[in-house]
Design a protein around this ligand. Structure first.
Ligand code: GLN
Length: 545
């Protein structure tokens, strides 16, 4: 590898949602599988400082890194593909760039100067891009530019990468992800939108080196050569990206198209054999050849937009694959669950997962679903708000505190079993002030949690303001809901379970953020195992009956 870090920029053209994140992650995977160290960064052109205050309907799930950054969900893909952690430096928004420039201006750093988009904003962007390269930890920094070329708001990013190419001509490469639409009426693939999108990039002074073309049909040699000719790229640099059965196929599809080889050639890096993708292929093989099949329910209030629970959905895929079990997920809107329809809605499920969330909407359906899982002994997994609801349900229906609640929903509840954390009480700002990022947790012996993790000391990522109220712990434990994971620094309850239940585990943290293809999360793996087993047991009971 050369002495310097190489910067690869991935822009998007023609339409949004073409999958820049997956293409970036797939290229990164191929380079990593060749022995290079790689990280991926996302530049987002909106004015929020981070996506932490966004409703999931706006932008999908908010992903949380080890260092407590609230980030774009694409960072989840980066971690799931590369199996290496990202950090705050891996996600930069226009809002963060402006915040930094404006506070420098107030400090007097630019004293005497007019502060402008060029050079001040573009310089700040370049600094944030090079922050990762300057650590000297990476051979490649792949930077995905959010939005579509031509958007007003992404212009400063495009200008910054144009300048960077000028400054580091040998170390910068541009990949443009575009769409080749298929016109069913004429039975043709059309290259014109791609030509226009490249023309627009050229207007900004950026000549893409490689074009990755999303398409529903294979690109013929004629189409490839037409795109190459009109867009000034080598024919081998026209890469087909055909719709895939799963996102996890994309690294292999990109390998078949020799994307990694074309990248290395452009950057004058000698080819070093083939990428080692043994573990990846093993995962895909298990994922595609399941030996059993189950259906579990995911209860949440943002289920219309599946991106809201992206990491949970992917963690279930990882866990299913390792168990060689196809897991169908029934997405159930918590607002739709009532006492009357609950049997119909949840009756056939082999596992029930209650998702994280905020606020009052849909809370009753979540509590009903948990009661159902507890009473019918259906494997249950609660995450964050899902755990808090499990505590409320137990307090109301087992301990007899009819009005038990979280103070998030009822400030004056008679039984605040979930209370606001001490350090959250006097906060004035909403952005970036939750309990965020990695915290340690001690696991108790002889617990389901210990069976799952097989160790006493774990670390998990958090994103919440409210907590189990330890004043009630004794009462819970003597009645069957026990705390089996405790934060060693402040004694906060992080895991609760019900002893007299085949699998009832609820966690205050977000295990889904840590599940990767190469390292499926043990809680998900065990939950799926329990759900599979429950099917067998319940069948036996049915036959006996
Ligand atoms: N709203 C709850 C809290 O802030 C749970 C948050 C979550 O589920 N991520 O504590």
């Amino acid at each position: 590898m050369s002495e310097t870090t190489k910067y690869i920029f991935v822009t998007g053209g023609v339409a949004s949602s073409l999958g820049k994140g997956i293409i970036s992650a797939s290229l990164a995977k191929l380079l990593q599988a060749r022995g290079f160290s790689v990280t991926i960064q996302k530049l987002d052109p909106y004015l929020n400082v981070d996506p932490g205050t966004l409703n999931p309907y706006e932008h999908g799930e908010c992903y949380v890194t080890e260092d407590g950054a609230e980030t774009d969900l694409d960072l989840g893909h980066y971690e799931r593909f590369l199996n290496t952690p990202t950090s705050q430096a891996n996600n930069v928004t226009t809002g963060r760039i402006y915040q930094s420039v404006i506070s420098k201006e107030r400090r007097g750093d630019y004293l005497g100067k007019t502060v402008q988009v060029i050079p001040h904003i573009t310089n700040e962007i370049k600094e944030h891009i090079q922050l990762l390269g300057n650590t000297k930890k990476y051979d490649f920094v792949i930077t995905e530019i959010g939005g579509t070329v031509g958007d007003i708001e992404s212009l400063p990013f495009i200008e910054a990468i144009r300048q960077l190419k000028w400054e580091l001509p040998k170390d910068v490469l541009f990949i443009h992800l575009t769409l080749i639409p298929y016109l069913a009426a004429s039975g043709e693939l059309k290259t014109k939108p791609t030509q226009h999108s490249v023309k627009m990039l050229l207007e900004y002074g950026v000549q893409p080196d490689i074009l990755v073309c999303r398409t529903e049909h294979n690109l013929s040699p004629e189409i490839r050569s037409k795109v190459a000719r009109f867009c000034n790229v080598d024919i081998e640099a026209v890469i087909e990206s055909i719709d895939a059965e799963t996102i996890y196929d994309v690294p292999l599809l990109m390998q078949n198209e020799r994307l990694d080889q074309v990248v290395l050639k452009h950057l004058n890096i000698p080819l070093n054999g083939e990428p080692n993708l043994t573990v990846w292929k093993d995962f895909l093989n298990k994922f595609k050849n399941p030996k059993s099949q189950i259906t579990i329910g995911l209860i949440g209030k943002y289920v219309e937009l599946k991106d809201s629970y992206k990491s949970i959905a992917e963690a279930i895929i990882h866990a299913g694959a390792i168990n060689e079990c196809k897991v169908n997920v029934k997405w159930i809107h918590s607002e739709s669950i009532t006492e009357e329809n609950i049997d119909k809605k949840l009756g056939k499920l082999r596992g029930i997962l209650v998702a994280p969330g905020f606020g009052t909407r849909g809370i009753n359906g979540k509590i009903l679903a948990i009661k159902y899982a507890r009473e019918n002994k259906v494997p249950f997994f609660g995450i964050c708000l899902g755990m808090q609801c499990a505590v409320i349900e137990f307090a109301r229906n087992v301990l007899g505190h009819k009005n038990a609640n979280t103070v998030e929903i009822d400030k004056n509840t008679a039984a605040p079993v979930i209370d606001i954390m001490e350090e959250q009480k006097n906060l004035q700002e909403m952005g970036g002030t939750m309990r965020l990022g990695t915290y340690p947790c001690n696991i108790k012996d002889k617990s389901k949690a210990y069976d799952v993790y097989q160790k006493h000391d774990i670390e998990e990522r958090h994103r919440h303001r409210y907590e189990f109220n330890s004043k009630y712990l004794n009462e819970f434990e003597t009645n069957g809901m026990v705390a089996t994971g405790i934060n060693p620094e402040n004694n906060l309850v992080e895991i609760v379970e019900i002893k007299e239940h085949p699998w009832f585990v609820a966690v205050q943290f977000h295990p889904e953020y840590k599940s990767t293809v190469e390292n499926p999360h043990p809680l998900f793996v065990n939950f799926i195992k329990a759900a599979e087993k429950w099917k067998v047991e319940s069948k036996t009971t049915a036959q006996e009956a």
